[in-house]
Design a binder for this molecule. Structure first.
Ligand code: IYR
Length: 236
């Protein structure tokens, strides 16, 4: 049944599932282009940073960024994510030690093959992860493989990886907009985080974000983004 041929929602649907008018800010074409260009420029200045200053960041800033991320679209609107925000120094230390042990195996015992290590060479990363203790916040995004309802019943979640990936992108964007820096960090394997942070069986760590201000004098790799022509195909 085409939504264009019948009223949407149908009276039957509206009777069981409430609908409300969609609120939309109409822009003229010039304003659209201006905002799109400005937003692109804003995002071009974002860089992943590995050297953090220890300066504290107010919890409210992190909470707003997580609330922003949680507006992400998700499969069947299940919002299959949990964000764990950590500023407790003892917990950050435990995370650092566990992550460094996993990374030691990756780098020094060659769990990452040569091709992978070659791809990482320009970033100059190694198994030391001091930033996990120095950054004032670590946020771990957990994916919820399935939902556990209040009565204990399990319900499937849909497109969990896609949903969490979108939420992660929106979180990174929110942090950048708030003047913070982060590193999209996936110590591998990350399973230790489930136990360390006391998360339930239905959750798996998806990605970890140390967050704060860049250390004074921080340098980043001189690497360029692909030009638009390399990432865009237009069919019109
Ligand atoms: N997880 C390791 C290795 C690593 C992998 C990728 I792909 C990167 O872009 C960067 C690092 C580490 O965190 O060092």
């Amino acid at each position: 049944m085409s939504l264009y041929e019948y009223p949407y929602p149908s009276p039957e649907l509206a009777a069981t599932h409430p609908f409300i008018p969609h609120v939309h800010e109409a822009l003229d074409a010039d304003e659209m282009e201006r905002r799109a260009r400005d937003f692109h420029e804003h995002l071009e200045s974002r860089r992943s940073v590995r050297m953090f200053a220890p300066d504290p960041i107010p919890r409210a800033v992190i909470e707003h960024a997580i609330a922003a991320a949680s507006t992400a679209p998700s499969g069947a609107h299940k919002q299959p994510w949990t964000f764990v925000a950590i500023s407790d120094p003892a917990t950050k230390r435990e995370i650092r030690l566990a992550a460094e042990e996993e990374e030691r195996v990756n780098y020094l015992d060659n769990r990452m093959n040569e091709e992978w290590q070659e791809a990482l060479a320009p970033l100059g990363t190694d198994h030391h992860k001091e930033f996990l203790e120095i950054a004032p916040w670590i946020v771990v995004l957990f994916e919820q493989r399935y939902e556990v309802r209040a009565d204990g019943e399990r319900r499937k979640n849909y497109y969990v990886k896609e949903s969490c990936g979108i939420a992660a992108g929106m979180f990174i964007t929110a942090l950048h907009t708030a003047g913070l820096v982060t590193l999209t960090h996936t110590p591998s394997p990350m399973a230790f985080l489930t136990k360390l942070l006391g998360r339930p069986e239905n959750e798996r760590p998806f990605v970890m974000f140390p967050i704060g201000l860049p250390l004074d004098g921080t340098q980043v790799p001189d690497i360029a983004r692909k030009p638009l022509d390399d990432v865009l195909v237009v069919i019109d």
